[in-house]
Ligand binder design. Structure first.
Ligand code: PLP
Length: 402
């Protein structure tokens, strides 16, 4: 312990984190993001990234990034509204608006540096302290932080409980109402009941803000995300998609009616007061979007679906519970923090990297292994994983690890 009083308090807080088995640490990766990678100097087979289509190291996207850097340099130099908005940003926004147009009315898209910022920006710009936010229980931290930043009154409704949400909306007298939900739930992998949510939004004159971080690129014949299979379209819809996961680069977009986008440009502080992402990133994303929309995207989505089916049919668990989701997120619930860490370490011994996810990312008592699958995984990769997990689960005695 340090003798410095401020540092002493921090160090005692860290000791508390250790006692709860909640310490978080980095691993240093020295290869591109791909299933077989080097982390902390060891070769591992990873089921940890959100690179669902295997695009993060795609040669065409890497080339576009290099080409973008040659054309526009390394940095944007300023925020979008000063002088940082490049031709590449403008082209990307037009391409995203076109891609998402089946779900929008007079739609437009706006590019953000990260999904976290897009969520803060959207919620804090649409809601003020007189608004009410109806927030799904399993929402991502960035949506929760956006609601806090807005200072609106927030009601949390239980996971997937449309009737509870309807009752809350019924009782609300707020002029501005926002229903806020993940599209694909990031730690469970299931999908929000969008047709019912949109019907409620339209009935109660509320916005429906959907964060499709894990659906964009992955769900739907064309990869437009969670709305595509439902064929929904509405001026009440505000769709956020992140571009650092299936799209393989970084950033996020908000797609909505053009007046909503104009409002964000003028009112959303996390948009206005930050330096624009490198134009080269937008150039890389144009290449990524072309792949996602095209035949290669369709092939990669089919490959991902095949791996999901393989995992679901080959896990044979006795002690743990697999949430068999339709997406790349495949959680295995163990319960206690120490148990999840122990299982993570057991898989690491077998050369596998599957992250243990603990509170506050998930609710206490639901610590889990979060397996993420990618189109880049082979059948052999998934077979290696499922046999290791089956073996660990089979040999498990709960009391020894809790
Ligand atoms: C990852 C994630 C975000 C944040 O996106 P970044 O681009 O990583 O900042 C937001 N919402 C959900 C549901 C996510 O999973």
């Amino acid at each position: 312990m340090s003798a410095h009083p401020l540092l002493e308090r921090i160090e005692s807080g860290l000791a508390d984190i250790d006692r709860a088995h909640l310490r978080r640490t980095h691993r240093v990766v020295s290869t591109p993001c791909q299933p077989h990678l080097r982390a902390d100097g060891r070769d591992v087979l990873a089921f940890a990234s959100n690179d669902y289509l295997g695009l993060a190291a795609h040669p065409k996207i890497v080339e576009a990034l290099i080409d973008g850097a040659r054309r526009y340099g390394a940095g944007s130099g300023a925020s979008h509204l000063i002088s940082g908005h490049s031709q590449a940003h403008a082209e990307l926004e037009a391409a995203l608006a076109d891609f998402m147009s089946p779900h929008l009315v007079d739609g437009r898209a706006l590019y953000f540096c990260t999904g976290y910022m897009a969520n803060l920006a959207t919620i804090s710009a649409l809601a003020n302290k007189d608004a009410e936010i109806f927030s799904e229980e399993l929402n991502h931290a960035s949506l929760i932080d956006g609601a806090r930043l807005s200072r609106a009154r927030t009601h949390v409704y239980p996971h997937g409980d449309v009737a509870a949400l309807a009752a809350l909306l019924e009782a609300s007298e707020a002029e501005t109402k926002l229903i806020v939900t993940d599209g694909v739930f990031s730690m469970d992998g299931d999908i929000a009941p969008l047709p019912q949510l949109l019907a409620l939004a339209e009935k109660h004159n509320a916005w429906l803000v959907v964060d499709d971080a894990h659906g964009f690129g992955v769900v739907g014949e064309n990869g437009r995300g969670v709305f595509e299979p439902f064929d929904l379209r509405s001026p009440n819809l505000v769709i956020i998609g992140t571009l650092g996961k299936a799209a393989g680069v970084a950033g996020a977009y908000v797609a909505a009616h053009k007046s909503v986008i104009e409002w964000l440009i003028n009112r959303a502080r996390p948009y206005i007061f930050t330096t624009a992402a490198a134009p080269a990133q937008a150039q890389a994303l144009l290449a990524s979007l072309a792949l996602i929309r095209g035949d290669e995207g369709r092939e990669r989505r089919a490959a991902l679906q095949a791996r999901i089916f393989q995992l679901r049919s080959s896990l044979k668990l006795k002690h743990w519970r697999h949430i068999a989701s339709p997406t790349g997120v495949q959680p295995i619930i163990l319960g206690e923090n120490a148990a999840a860490l122990h299982a993570q370490a057991g898989l690491a011994e077998a050369g596998l990297w599957v992250p243990a996810i603990r509170p506050p990312t998930v609710a206490p008592g639901t610590s889990r292994l979060r397996v993420t699958l990618s189109a880049a995984h082979t059948q052999d990769d998934v077979a290696r994983l499922t046999s290791a997990i089956n073996q660990l689960d089979h040999d498990w005695t709960a009391h020894a690890h809790g």
